[in-house]
Write a protein that binds this ligand. Structure first.
Ligand SMILES: Nc1ncnc2c1ncn2[C@@H]1O[C@H](COP(=O)(O)OP(=O)(O)OP(=O)(O)O)[C@@H](O)[C@H]1O
Ligand SMILES: [Mg+2]
Length: 267
């Protein structure tokens, strides 16, 4: 039998390995987005260079002001992408806070918009007008979402439509984020395995970029640690929908004893 200090050491090692797996899956995501981000930065630089040239050529105040506006907007867009990517790549902490799921999804979309466009994926979004607040670790849920979106895009080799929805399901007391693709779908015998660690059907591409097969197993772990659920529906040849259900802040689902307004904490 292991001595107590051995147990503590083993636990530390397991935690460390877990962190390494999370990091490996993140890097797989970063790898999938690298090419589209390089393109996007190239476009931003082209905008900056062209408007700087315009401003130098034309001395009038109105043209120069317009040029500065365009350069500023392009710079701010680039900063938004790098900040998002850096905070995603960093090793996160374990703290949770009450956050709007719509805002979280919108932040993730900044990172993938170009990637979807390059792969001829049309994105349709349906967002609840009011904030949908859940107590979450933003970094972890962001990683889950990026994996779902990249999985969905990879399932549509020839492009197609992706639909992302955020809605409040007050009856069930959950906020729901769903990612639907019109891709190749998942056959039933595969569907049973997709949440298994290291299960992947993706083979390395020309850049050696394959899947780690960790995306969905980590997703399930993250969502269940948040007392949420992850659901999948898939039809071969038609597409797949993944839905995350996260408990809404302050909404009691088991107790009906108190009037609802007393149970709603200020978000
Ligand atoms: N939207 C989807 N459509 C079709 N198959 C999917 C979809 N999402 C996941 N899968 C299947 O589930 C498997 C496991 O997905 P998971 O995200 O865990 O790993 P991965 O995508 O292969 O690797 P990584 O996430 O590291 O890139 C995929 O290899 C694929 O076969
Ligand atoms: Mg994946």
């Amino acid at each position: 039998m292991a001595a107590p200090h051995d147990c503590a050491e083993l636990e530390r090692k397991i935690q460390d390995l877990q962190q390494q797996l999370i990091q490996a899956q993140k890097m797989s995501t970063v790898g999938s987005l690298a090419s589209s981000m390089t393109h996007e930065f190239n476009n931003i630089l082209t905008t900056v260079i062209n408007y700087a040239k315009l401003g130098l050529r034309h001395k009038d105040a109105a043209t120069r002001e317009k040029a500065f506006d365009k350069i500023l907007a392009a710079g701010q867009r680039a900063a938004k992408i790098t900040t998002g990517m850096l905070s995603f790549s960093r090793r996160g902490n374990d703290t949770r806070e009450a956050l709007d799921l719509v805002a979280l999804v919108q932040e993730v979309l900044v990172l993938v918009a170009k990637d979807l466009q390059m792969h001829r994926v049309r994105l349709q979004t349906h967002f609840e007008a009011e904030p949908v607040v859940a107590e979450i670790n933003a970094g972890q849920v962001q990683q889950v979402l990026l994996n779902l979106i990249i999985n969905a895009r990879q399932a549509m080799e020839a492009g197609g439509q992706m639909t992302i929805q955020v809605r409040r399901n007050t009856e069930a007391g959950v906020g729901e984020i769903s990612v639907r693709d019109a891709g190749h779908g998942i056959p039933p015998e595969t569907l049973r395995k997709i949440f298994d660690p290291h299960f992947t059907t993706k083979t390395p591409d020309a850049q050696g970029q394959g899947g780690t097969g960790l995306g969905l197993s980590l997703a399930r772990e993250v969502i269940e640690a948040h007392h949420g659920r992850i659901r999948v529906e898939s039809t071969v040849g038609q597409g797949t929908t993944f839905t995350l259900k996260l408990p809404l802040v302050g909404v009691a689902t088991t107790s009906r004893a108190e009037p609802a307004e007393k149970l709603v904490k200020k978000a």
